[in-house]
Ligand binder design. Sequence first.
Ligand SMILES: Nc1ncnc2c1ncn2[C@@H]1O[C@H](COP(=O)(O)OP(=O)(O)OP(=O)(O)O)[C@@H](O)[C@H]1O
Ligand SMILES: [Mg+2]
Length: 541
Amino acid sequence: MKGRIVSISGATIRADLAGAKVGDRVYVGTARLTGEVVRLERDMATIQVFEEVRGLGVGEPVVSAGGPLAVSLGPGLLGGIFDGLQRPLTVLRSQGGDFMQSGQDSFPMDRTTEYRFETECRPGDEVQTGDPLGWVMEGHIRHPVLSPVGGRISKIHAGLATLETPLVHFKAGDAVKLWHAWPVRQPRPRKTRQVPGVPLVTGQRCLDFLFPLLKGGVAIVPGGFGTGKTVLEQSIAKFADVDVVVYVGCGERGNEMAGLLDEFGDLRDQKSGRPLAERTIIVANTSNMPVAARESSIFTAVTMAEYYRDMGLDVLLLADSLSRWAEALREISSALEEMPGEDGYPTYLGSRLANFIERAGVVETTTGAQGSLTMILAVSPPGADFAEPVTQSCLRVAGTLWILDTRLAHRRHFPAVDWTQSYSLYSEHAASHFADRHTGWGGVRDRCRDLLQREESLREVAEVVGMEGLQERDRLLMEMAERIRLDFLCQNSFTEDAFSSPQATVERITRLIEEYDRALGQLDTGATLEEVLREAKDATF
Ligand SMILES: Nc1ncnc2c1ncn2[C@@H]1O[C@H](COP(=O)(O)OP(=O)(O)OP(=O)(O)O)[C@@H](O)[C@H]1O
Ligand SMILES: [Mg+2]
């Protein structure tokens, strides 16, 4: 299908393109810019271009790619850094310099790398769609090659193969290769959906202990400007106990993404001992890249995440930030002159977000393995107003909420997680899981929460009557709660303390609670508060 540009308005163009479908990927102009058909009126297609349109002229050709926007999936994605259209940024940079040029197209994986294809299939075997044909290893990850069709195998290649080597031939149709394309907006198939059951250890005491997340669950991290969203997500990207991490930088600062890459180069994964970069995929759509590609970037990322989930792995997708993504959606929608909804966002904001977030979960894969896709999504509402549509739409579908509080961040209490308003629907389940493995987890957790809650109400009383007006036992409680805040809830991401294992977490809080009980006992046996506190201060934690 081929047509011509009729009009151009910003990144939105109209072209006569008979036979196109909504969602089709198109190449626009002589520069072959990537775009997507977003609306059709008879033969007139409205196309959202994902790249810089400067220099584009009316009358230039528009060619349909004959299918929807898709990503390429195969071994070699790990360790890669891509833009929102899955173009490899390191390769583009070596071709075109630091500033990306419009229309540059490049395959996301290395076509020359050789993998050893192992198979138990033989010519003459009959297979069904989705049956495993064989596998290759990408580092320590086993990639099954699944049959895209059913039929009788006529020829099969075993041994070294590149991405383009024809591996399995059927009587009819093309040969199966190591890679295939998958439409980004279509969830990948699975057998069944399962209920999440295993906690995802983030290494952050306050999160794992008070507001845990389960593998396959979704956590939302709303926080105002400078409250530590990026530092928290990057820290979790380093330490989370998962097999693969997909990190989407959506409209964030380019230098932060570059810093992340540099750091990952030197760090090792705690579980496998291999370089951290080997388990990480980065999708970068920084604030200086075209806005429209930001909209597709989260779908590009989630499709790659699902691909690894389908191998029976635990995958974590981190996005920073969905507010920047929603702003892109708003900009596109207003260019299309659609009816605006709340705060100018399109009325389909909630459903589009749900399309993305619903792809998280624990699944039984088509090959019978169990894989999980967990999401941690930062939201940066303007003015830290959590009543706005993006935060609210996310909340409807998330099981865990980690609110970052501006006042805590100002006091340099990091991570600035507000323990009075954050919650996790998985709390009880995760606590019983941890309690089976780490003695004390359940009881100490209840004590800790109770202490923090009582401190809140005592603080209100103290504001009226002053600290001196409180009873000694209450003053002791205030002192110990402060200690829990400083020694337990605070965790500096730039020191050795950046990661805390569940065992270290429960030991630390147990020591603090025991200290509190001892001090209470001393008060009861006649010691003065000053004496008790002096002794507690000398205790080392
Ligand atoms: N866990 C932490 N440990 C130590 N310092 C932290 C931590 N979290 C945040 N900070 C400090 O707060 C600063 C701001 O954090 P960060 O950039 O993550 O905020 P943000 O919410 O992403 O901001 P923005 O809204 O601008 O994107 C950091 O540069 C760092 O100094
Ligand atoms: Mg940030």
